[in-house]
Ligand binder design. Structure first.
Ligand code: BES
Ligand code: ZN
Length: 628
């Protein structure tokens, strides 16, 4: 049944049909149109045999913390290919069979800590599907199994996080972003829970199995990189936002989420007006339990998001603009390997800012851009020169090493720079064309530069020199002529930070009228050293220890730690145990561990908080505390 279905889907894709509104094929280029670069983070040999479709049939066993079942892979093979190499990590492979049920020989190679182990399967003489029977390990890095105590609903919860190279810990497939795959899935869960995926099928009734289990079915006939295959299981409810959008969350959170994200439909309209049609049908947001290690993850049709952006006043929704923008940059046009992560995140961060400008105005967008510039300047001071290039050589390293301000903020600044020198109108037209030309295709720095030359620069030597793409992409720091980022609102905030430092009362600064971002910038602009009296004044006037706005809380905690301010420690402990978003957790532990005052506090809080963290967060904090 599964095999027949996947064949149909493949046929469907091969004749260029698609479920999206326009005529772009949804499965990427013909194999010979563009030679995929070697992905140093995958064992796959796509020139020999490549996966084009994944059909999962998995049972979620919450007691054993194991996903168990089969993955039936549809394979496009070279005529003389006798085997296919898949990526796996911490999977137990029971057997591999051909479509006719015959057993196929397979071998699991030596495991590398980072990459996992290659799974080599002898292909059948005939037929283009293989079925892998397997189960995951309770330690699978992509899967977090949450106990009832770790969720808002008091029910168990599971979510996956595939990016960058973790999908192989729950699906035996070719886990490389250049190898796009359609997928379908049957997921069986306890009857009290609901499964959702980055696919079509969310919200459709499950089918009862064995009395106390339910089976949910999903499919996606647009080919995606495997890091975007995503699953969540929990006590979930849905609320509609607009005709194409809505939220999924645990019952006690879902209404707050619906209210927080009310502007999402407007963001979609703004994004489409900028860079062309949204090609994925629906755009829903799943709010996860607080241990979700990232702010957001752009899983197609269903962004996964941290609850720490539920500030109550919609002030942190630029994250939604960011994940939505990935529906173009990243999910349509995808970095072919993690060496060009900036092509995903830099373009997206730029696009995010343009959406924010359209929906909330230029002044607001300038503040966001200025915050990003501050972060970039800091990171440039800390990183080795070789790590300041947009295009990286990550062989032998965790792709996570590239998840820093270079990819995001230097990347976005480069795109802004191209906009500035080419002119906004012309550049927007170029970008719209870029997303059309490469929809559902992998992208490299080289391929991008070639396209830029052909479609934007078009022989204009002066423009080429002004863009200076090679210096941006293959050089350190910021090339001369980088755009300046200015925010008048922030200039006023800086004046007030200085005024406070020299005696102005907190209430006189204007804080009461400021946006979240002005408040954050104010806290970041304070002098390095403050007295306990000054800190008490700030805390008393603005309720900083109690604030439910995670960005303000985080900025305040940094100030408090830098000044060894005891009255903030209880609040810090609460913040570090109530959520596990790495962006907040890691820097605070690093700051604590850097001082004699903070180190014992770090050790004490970490012992308490660590069991609740996702391994993505605890892995980073473990390393930081060991180094410090
Ligand atoms: N795709 C990223 C998250 C990611 C990157 C996960 C690399 C794993 C490896 C997502 O779009 C993202 O950038 N999230 C940011 C928020 C954004 C507003 C900058 C985050 O989680 O902090
Ligand atoms: Zn992103």
């Amino acid at each position: 049944m599964i095999a027949r279905l996947s064949l149909l889907v493949l046929l469907f894709a091969a004749v260029g049909c698609s479920s999206s509104a326009d005529e772009t094929p949804t499965t990427g280029p013909a194999a010979d149109a563009f030679e995929l670069p070697q992905d140093v983070h995958s064992y796959a040999v796509p020139g020999q045999a490549r996966v084009t479709h994944v059909a999962l049939d998995l049972d979620a066993d919450f007691d054993a913390q194991v996903l168990r079942g089969t993955a039936t892979l549809t394979i496009d093979r070279a005529e003389d290919a006798s085997e296919i190499v898949l990526d796996t990590r911490d999977l137990t492979i029971q057997r591999v069979t051909a479509a006719d049920g015959a057993e196929l020989a397979f071998e699991v190679g030596e495991a590398d800590d980072l990459l996992g182990a290659p799974l080599t399967v002898q292909l059948p003489e005939a037929g283009d599907t293989i079925t892998v029977e397997y189960e995951t390990s309770p330690e699978a890095a992509a899967v977090q199994w949450l106990s009832p105590q770790q969720t808002a609903s008091g029910q168990p919860f599971l979510f996956t996080q595939g990016q960058a190279i973790l999908t192989r810990t729950w699906i035996p497939t070719q886990d490389s972003p250049g190898i796009r795959q359609t997928y379908e899935a049957d997921i069986t869960v306890p009857a009290s829970l609901t499964a959702v995926m980055s696919a079509e099928g969310n919200g459709t009734e499950g089918e009862g199995v064995d009395g106390d289990r339910m089976r949910y079915s999903f499919s996606l006939d647009q080919a995606i990189p495997p890091y975007l295959i995503a699953l969540a299981i929990g006590e979930l409810e849905f609320r509609e936002i607009g005709p194409r959008s809505g939220v999924w969350a645990e019952p006690s959170v879902v209404e707050a989420a619906q209210n927080e994200f009310a502007d999402v439909e407007e963001m979609m309209d703004a994004a489409e007006a900028l860079y062309g049609p949204y090609r994925w049908g629906r755009y829903d947001i799943l709010v996860l339990p607080a241990s979700f290690p990232f702010g957001g993850m752009e899983n197609p049709l269903l962004t996964f998001a941290t609850p720490t952006i539920l500030a109550g006043d919609r002030s942190l929704v630029s994250l939604v603009a960011h994940e939505l923008a990935h529906s173009w940059s990243g999910n349509l046009v995808t970095n072919a390997t993690w060496d060009d992560f900036w092509l995903n995140e830099g373009f997206t961060s730029y696009f995010e800012n343009r959406i924010m400008e359209s929906v909330y105005g230029a002044e607001y967008a300038q503040m966001l851009e200025s915050l990003s510039r501050t972060g970039l300047d800091q990171e440039l001071q800390e990183l080795d020169e070789a790590d300041q290039h947009l295009h990286l050589a990550l062989e032998g390293r965790d792709p996570d090493d590239g998840m820093n301000a270079i990819a995001y903020d230097k990347g976005a600044l480069f795109v802004r720079h191209m906009e500035t020198v080419a002119g906004r109108e012309r550049f927007d037209e170029y970008l719209r064309g870029y997303f059309d030309r490469y929809a559902f295709q992998p992208m490299t720095a080289e391929r991008f530069v070639a396209d830029l030359n052909e479609h934007l620069i078009q022989g204009d030597a002066e423009l080429a020199e002004a863009i200076n793409a090679d210096a941006w992409i293959y050089g350190p720091g910021l090339p001369e002529g980088a755009p300046r980022v200015e925010s008048e609102a922030f200039a006023r905030v800086e004046e007030q930070a200085a005024a406070f430092a020299s005696g102005t009362a907190p209430a006189e600064t204007g804080w009461g009228e400021w946006s979240t971002h002005e408040r954050v910038h104010f806290l970041q602009s304070l002098p390095d050293e403050l007295t306990d009296e000054q800190l008490a004044e700030l805390n008393g006037a603005f309720g900083l220890n109690e604030t439910g706005n995670s960005e303000i809380r985080f900025a305040w905690m940094k100030v408090a730690i830098a000044n060894e301010y005891e009255p903030a420690v209880a609040s810090l402990e609460a913040f570090l145990t109530e959520q596990g978003r790495r962006k907040f957790v890691l820097p605070l532990f690093e700051d604590l561990a850097a001082s004699e005052w903070g180190r014992p506090i770090a050790d004490r809080i970490y012992a308490e908080a660590r069991p609740g963290y996702h391994t993505i967060t605890s892995g980073s904090v473990d390393a930081a505390l060991a180094d410090a």
